[in-house]
Design a protein around this ligand. Structure first.
Ligand code: ADP
Ligand code: MG
Length: 655
């Protein structure tokens, strides 16, 4: 008798298994998709080795997958003639889940459950809250986190995996588990051990409530739904089920919208339809077919998914590499799809794909075609383009770094602006169409939100003159405009940098309330007030001066050199500098508050109340600029002033 070796699952694997076996009751059919996709992966790997000329056992055995069911024994069997696994590989591949993957799975499932309105308390997976996970996202999550194999325990009571590697000369081994604490491995003996030359057989004994997956029609529909595009034949009880060949190689006119949609969901596991399809068939300068999709949901490729983008690369229908990121620049990371070329040798090694000239040419062509596609979309279906921008603009805008295609980037950029309101966006061309006669500059203001942009004091002059201002709500926007410099010879300029002469050519479009100008004496007194303010604020400001740009606000901060405040913030974040930057305080002498302060000053330059006002005014402009230096002091000052104001009010009205 061969020795039975017992192994315990790792803790995180057990947690995932526990969720899968006890908590997911709907959409369980996706277990079949996972097993078939593993079988297909194993066949892909075998074909790849074969094409490189490696010695493989059973060289003439066809590459295929077989599914069969035995109702009497409650047995579902899935076999493939792929690469197979050695004993060691069985233990490694089926005994552990990459820790990060399983942790993220458990976390995601819990967040998902919380947001689905279920119980939000953390639980140890199993138990009372069984039905609270929404099945759609479970299907998504299982596929994404590389825990596909274990999904078989949603339907199976026990599973045997018999596998024999196509490499080396090990006989077959059997992995067995009930999906609880442990699994066993044993070497098969005699005829059993060499019954097949290579590949894997999965024998799942189904749970009573999963009997449906022994019905031929049910199996057939699940395979059609999820696995129709697998590149190897799937036979169900001797009938071939999947018939669709590599869709990307078919002529466009022969493909229905439905087929594109099915292929997309097969490729991405996305339950929604794609926003758009780009199907390319190119002969020069390189030959390739590409089938690309723009997802209709926002993608996340910053942070820990940073490296998980790219297109699946095929050479003559043989999968060479998934998510190859040489095929597209990072700013197109949101694209999903496949590229298939005749111009690479089949025996290319994955290492030499980097810096490969053919791939570079394919990439250049793909990029050009994507631009053409987006340009057309922007022109013929502005609503759809705006949706594209909302979903993927935060990646796509990084195209400003692509110097080759730079002229095509600017017209595709979209912004919020003072003229469009919150709901819609503007292009640079639309901005220029609305520009005032003789307007040379394209004005912009960086702000954390539209609301913040609207109350920014720098906006006052522009509002008065009816000059539109682009709101740069993403820190990258400013880098993008800085790099581009100008659009159609209209330079980009920050409103913070606007000088009086930039605006003097434009008449006011809005009446401003007349305020009597300061007399010469008052002007002199005002200068002294500014001196007093300098003494109070000390080195918290670089200077204090009279403002030419304000009407509705009492004061504003201006940057001393060429950097705008949001750019400065970004630089400081990058340099981990947390101190507040020093700026020039500009004071509006015509504002009621500053006029009142002037009278207070004239009444007694040392009035301590004046000091409170100056400090509070400064707090206020700092806040508008996006900084809080000293929240405790600030709250204290505000309270003091409120206290005074309240008692004056009560006294005044004799309440
Ligand atoms: P993933 O497919 O994302 O790697 P799975 O949990 O689906 O995660 O599978 C785990 C691993 O088990 C696979 O990466 C593969 O190495 C191995 N495996 C699973 N099924 C097969 C199979 N039919 N043939 C060969 N290896 C397999
Ligand atoms: Mg898998």
């Amino acid at each position: 008798m061969a020795k039975l070796k017992k192994h315990a699952f790792k803790a995180e694997t057990q947690k995932v298994l526990s969720i899968l076996t006890h908590s997911l009751y709907t959409n369980r059919e996706i277990f079949l998709r996972e097993l078939l996709s593993n079988a297909s992966d194993a066949l892909d790997k075998l074909r790849f080795l074969q094409s490189k000329g490696e010695a493989i056992r059973g060289g003439d055995v066809p590459l295929e997958i077989r599914v069969s069911a035995n109702k009497d024994e409650m047995l579902l069997q899935i076999s493939d003639t792929g690469l197979g696994m050695t004993e060691k590989e069985l233990v490694e591949n089926l005994g552990t889940i990459a820790k990060s993957g399983s942790e993220r799975f458990v976390n995601d499932m819990e967040t998902d459950r919380a947001s689905a309105g279920g119980h939000s308390e953390k639980s140890d997976a199993a138990g009372e809250n069984e039905h609270s996970w929404s099945s759609g996202s479970a299907a998504d999550i299982i596929g994404r986190f590389g825990i596909g194999f274990y999904s078989v325990f949603m339907v199976a009571e026990s599973v045997d995996v018999i596998s024999r590697s196509a490499l080396g000369d090990e006989p077959a081994h059997m992995w067995s588990s009930r999906g609880t604490g442990d699994f066993t491995i044993k070497a098969l003996e005699g005829d059993e051990a060499v019954a097949f030359s290579r590949g894997t057989v999965i024998k799942a004994t189904l749970k009573e409530d999963a009997r449906e997956f022994l019905e031929k029609r049910r199996l057939e529909s699940v395979i059609r739904k999820h696995s129709n595009f697998l590149p190897f034949p799937i036979h169900l009880e001797d009938e071939r089920i999947n018939t669709t060949p590599a869709l990307w190689r078919e002529p466009k006119f022969a493909i229905t919208e439905q087929q594109y949609a099915e292929f997309y969901s097969y490729l991405t596991y996305d339950q929604e339809k794609a926003l758009d399809v780009i199907h390319l068939s190119v002969d020069a300068p390189v030959q390739f077919n590409a089938l690309l999709f723009i997802p209709d949901s926002a993608q996340e490729y910053f942070g820990d998914r940073r490296d998980q983008w790219g297109l699946d690369l095929y050479v003559r229908r043989v999968l060479i590499e998934r998510s190859n990121s040489e095929l597209i620049p990072q700013y197109l990371a949101f694209l999903k799809g496949v590229v298939d070329t005749e111009d690479l040798p089949l025996n290319i090694s994955r290492e030499t794909l980097q810096e490969n000239l053919v791939l570079r040419k394919i990439s250049q062509t793909v990029v050009k075609q994507v631009y053409a596609h987006l340009e057309k979309m922007a022109e013929t279906d502005a609503g759809k383009y705006e949706r594209f921008w909302t979903l993927h603009g935060r990646y796509f805008k990084f195209a400003f770094n692509d110097f080759v295609n730079r002229d095509r980037v600017a017209p595709l950029l979209r912004f919020s602006s003072s003229a469009t309101g919150a709901a819609s966006l503007t292009s640079l061309d639309q901005y220029l169409n609305r520009a005032r006669d003789g307007q040379k500059d394209i004005w912009h203001l960086a702000a954390p939100s539209i609301e913040a942009a609207r109350v920014n004091p720098h906006m006052e002059r522009f509002r008065k003159k009816g000059l539109e201002v682009l709101y740069l709500l993403d820190p990258v926007d400013e880098f993008a405009l800085e790099t581009l410099g100008a659009y159609k010879e209209h330079p980009f300029k920050s409103v913070e940098r606007a000088e009086a002469k930039d605006l003097s050519d434009f008449s006011d479009t809005e009446e401003s309330p007349a305020v009597a100008a300061l007399s010469e004496d008052e002007k002199a007194a005002f200068d002294k007030l500014l001196d007093r303010m300098r003494a109070i604020l000390g080195d918290r400001v670089t200077d204090i001066r009279v403002s030419e740009r304000l009407s509705g606000s009492p004061a504003v901060l201006a940057s001393p050199d060429g950097v705008s405040s949001s750019m400065e913030k970004l630089l400081r974040v990058m340099q981990k500098d947390e101190s507040a930057p020093k700026k020039i305080l500009e004071v509006n002498p015509d504002h009621p508050l500053t006029r009142a302060m002037l009278r207070m000053f004239e009444g007694g330059p040392d009035n301590p109340l004046l000091e409170d006002f100056v400090n509070s005014l400064f707090d206020n402009v700092r806040l508008l600029d996006g900084y809080i230096d000293d929240p405790q002091l600030m709250a204290d000052r505000t309270l003091k002033l409120m206290d005074k104001a309240a008692s004056w009010y009560v006294d005044l009205l004799k309440l």
